[in-house]
Design a protein around this ligand. Structure first.
Ligand code: COA
Length: 269
């Protein structure tokens, strides 16, 4: 199946979903959100695919929302569009993360380099996470003048608890794979050179298990976390984005943040 912004493949029981915009560190714009949703449905139509590895092409897993894609970036939020159209765009990130989380196959996030904002949410939507030692995590939305959306808050609270979620989201500070592992957010941390082999072996191990109990276990854990409320509160995340990104101080924050990260005044690294 051909997509504009991702590569999708299946080799027997193991599939791959590769974010494929390395020139933008696999930042996620509208097209990628739609592609990932469609890819989830593509995998669901292939019962032989038991495990899907979610990874990024190039030197990063994912640099989060595409700050050069105005409908996503917040700084120029959909001029000329109706409110209903803007709301649709606002909800796309949530739909994308939900689609990944609800796939039938077990998903493994294979994470190297940067995982920023929406990239962390995409990781959280996967069932398992394996990170390279050189991975760098951060959730900078508040510096960008917006709340963390895409169902990120309930997923993080589910995985790492409320206090650490608040700290990481409020401070926007970077955190390491070691800290993420200690918090229970990543399952394994491995040397960068071993990442591919480690994830391939884990995928093969899971794909060789009896299918029905694997699927039931995934669905059962998801049902338990849903019953604890995780995910139920994110239905209006797109509205929260729209409500905040027009506030003058948010527009100022977004402008300044984009300038220093992806603009001409950017600091390196
Ligand atoms: N959206 C669009 N383009 C992005 C991007 C994003 N989120 N993140 C990186 N890019 C682009 C850069 O503009 C650059 O493009 P250029 O070569 O045309 O200038 C390219 O990807 C490489 O990024 P660069 O900033 O040169 O790499 P770096 O190693 O110096 O820094 C980051 C990497 C991730 C620290 C930095 O790119 C960054 O902070 N990006 C913004 C991440 C972010 O805040 N995302 C939103 C989360 S809600």
């Amino acid at each position: 199946m051909e997509f504009e912004t991702i590569r999708v493949s299946a080799d027997g029981a193991v599939g791959q979903l590769t974010l494929n915009r390395p020139d933008r560190l696999n930042a996620i714009g509208v097209a990628t959100m739609q592609d990932i949703g469609e890819a989830a449905r593509w995998f669901d139509r292939r019962p032989e695919v038991r495990v899907v590895i979610v990874r990024g092409e190039g030197r990063a897993f994912c640099a989060g929302a595409d700050l050069k894609d105005p409908p996503v970036a917040g700084a120029a939020p959909g001029e000329g569009r109706s409110w209903a159209e803007r709301r649709e765009v606002g909800q796309l990130g949530l739909r994308m993360a939900d689609a990944v989380e609800q796939m039938r196959a077990v998903t493994i996030a294979q994470v190297h380099g940067y995982a920023v904002g929406g990239g962390v949410v995409l990781m959280a939507a996967c069932d398992l996470r394996v990170a390279a030692e050189d991975a760098v995590f951060s959730i900078p939305e508040i510096d960008l003048g917006i709340p963390l959306a895409w169902g990120g808050i309930p997923r993080l609270v589910r995985e790492i608890g409320p206090a650490l979620t608040k700290e990481l989201v409020l401070t926007c500070r970077r955190f390491t794979p070691a800290e993420a592992k200690a918090a229970g957010f990543v399952n394994r941390v491995v040397p960068a050179a071993a990442l591919d082999a480690e994830v391939t072996a884990l995928a093969a191990e899971l794909a060789a298990k009896p299918p029905v109990p694997v699927t039931i276990t995934k669905e059962h854990v998801n049902a338990v976390t849903r019953s604890m409320g995780a995910g139920l509160t994110a239905f209006a995340d797109g509205d929260a984005l729209l409500a905040t990104c027009f506030a003058p101080e948010s527009l100022d924050a977004a402008r300044a943040y984009r300038e220093r990260t992806v603009g001409s005044g950017k600091r390196k690294g």
